[in-house]
Ligand binder design. Structure first.
Ligand SMILES: Nc1nc2c(ncn2[C@@H]2O[C@H](COP(=O)(O)OP(=O)(O)OP(=O)(O)O)[C@@H](O)[C@H]2O)c(=O)[nH]1
Length: 453
């Protein structure tokens, strides 16, 4: 589903394809195809000459990857196809590019500058009718508009998450806040019961939304926990209590015992949601995965952008190890989930103890971990990966009974910083190498092969 903004772009895109005759569109498409190398060359020449843009680029990546991607993007953009599905696909592709720009943090003005360079170069290397140039500019502008929308949305989301987190961690002591809000909710319940007993049931003084808890939740909690699904659930329960259940307190035909039960049940749901929100925020506050105490995924962007800056400015390369426990499902199936959890904790300890203090150990999720090995070359990363694999294979992992133990093996996919400004690019390669390690029979290390891409 396209958002409202993108739907209007879809309409404009369709209109542009309908307005310009096929002869013009096909002519422009052919010229883009013919001059793609030259267009990409002038684009990157101008970008590399710009100090700000050059921070995101280097000659090797331009030659090996970026120039080819830019050429493919342009040729794709000027395909002759005009079906609504094709236009939708085109728009979605531009959205994906905008999301990557936001992740890499490439400012929009540089993207616009790129668009301007392409327009000038296309003019310089072709000799076409004014209508053809107009078509070229229209489609390029539509694409840039989508890129900017996607960029803005994602950059804004990142900032909002950070803001919410900051607000919470700066102004609150999470542990104390949790206790205070639990107590506020309990106070409200006591207040309701007391009002019922004394017959003082004026609706306004009883509304949960206006209580200390309600005010805190609506003004601070919602902001701090923004985006969490429990927020809507709490809001819905507050609303249900205030608008449907509380009025029954003054309704002489309602069964008061049932009303009290309903209030209790709603408060229980709210408490439960609140508990899980706080639990997540404690995890967020420390940046640690609750089970293993390793770093959680949330902190990947922060850590990786620091590493990328070091790689760019000080030429300190890093390696990524994506580590997956082999046949972990069998461990759960044979010894139960608690033992599975216990083993994950022990694997995390081995990872922490076997890496240097400057390295970063993440739990990516489930039984998959990642180590960012800092300041290394390819040979050193491979040595670290092999040492880790051997250490884990030699270890005896205890079961919760304390009596038995078992051996485990791991498969490890390795990639080395490639110069790409988007860290997910190298992570994807480490993932692909891990897949190969599993294919090769597990309990092994595979380095991502650059020539295989
Ligand atoms: N105990 C426990 N198990 C988990 C956790 N997260 C994921 N798992 C389990 O990890 C297992 C992963 O299984 P698969 O993805 O099939 O992989 P595998 O059995 O390790 O097999 P290969 O990776 O192919 O060697 C599943 O059984 C998940 O339920 C967790 O937090 N605790």
């Amino acid at each position: 589903m396209l958002t409202e903004h993108l739907q209007s772009i879809h309409a404009d895109w369709t209109h542009a394809l309908q307005t310009f005759p096929e002869t013009i569109r096909s002519n422009v498409g052919e010229q883009v195809q013919l001059h793609r190398e030259q267009l990409a060359a002038s684009f990157y020449e101008a970008m590399l000459a710009n100090t700000e843009a050059a921070r995101y680029l280097d000659n090797k990546s331009v030659k090996q990857r970026l120039s080819g991607s830019l050429q493919r993007w342009m040729v794709d953009l000027f395909q002759l196809e005009t079906s609504p599905e094709h236009i939708k696909k085109q728009i979605q592709q531009q959205v994906e590019i905008g999301v990557i720009h936001a992740r890499i943090d490439i400012p929009v003005h540089l993207v616009l500058r790129g668009g301007r360079i392409l327009k000038i170069s296309f003019n310089d290397c072709t000799d076409l009718s004014e209508d053809a140039y107009r078509f070229f500019r229209t489609l390029l502008d539509l694409s840039l508009e989508v890129l900017a929308i996607a960029y803005h949305k994602n950059a804004e989301r990142n900032t909002r998450t950070e803001e919410a987190y900051r607000l919470f961690s700066i102004s609150q002591d999470v542990g104390r806040e949790k206790e205070a809000q639990r107590a506020a909710l309990l106070n409200w319940e006591n207040h309701i019961l007391f009002s019922q007993a004394t017959g003082d049931t004026s609706a306004e003084s009883m509304r949960l939304a206006q209580s200390e808890f309600g005010l805190w939740f609506r003004h601070k909690g919602l902001h701090a926990f923004e985006g969490a699904p429990e927020c809507n659930q709490i809001l819905a329960e507050i609303d249900r209590l205030d608008s449907s259940i509380l009025p029954l307190m003054t309704d002489s035909s309602a069964d008061k015992i049932n009303v009290i039960h309903d209030i209790r049940a709603a408060l229980k749901t709210i408490s439960f949601c609140l508990e899980s929100l706080f639990k997540r925020s404690e995890e967020l506050e420390t940046g640690k995965d609750v089970l293993t105490r390793l770093l959680n995924r949330k902190f990947l962007p922060a850590v990786m952008s620091k590493q990328l800056t070091l790689a760019r400015t000080r030429n300190e390369r890093y390696g990524l190890l994506v580590i997956d426990i082999d046949h972990f499902k069998d461990v759960n199936d044979t010894y139960g989930h608690d033992n599975g959890d216990y083993i994950l904790q022990q694997v995390a300890v081995v990872l922490s103890n076997s890496t240097r203090s400057g390295d970063y150990c993440f739990r990516l999720g489930g039984e998959e971990f990642m180590v960012v090995v800092v300041d290394v070359n390819q040979q050193q990363v491979l040595a670290v990966a092999n040492k880790l694999r051997e250490t884990i294979a030699k270890e005896r992992f205890k079961l919760t009974s304390g009596k038995e133990s078992l051996h485990l093996t791991t498969s490890i996919g390795v990639s080395v910083y490639s110069g790409h400004p988007d860290y997910t690019y190298d992570m994807k390669h480490a993932d692909q190498a891990l897949y190969q390690a599993k294919q090769q029979g597990r309990n092994c290390v595979v380095l991502w092969d650059e020539t295989a891409d």
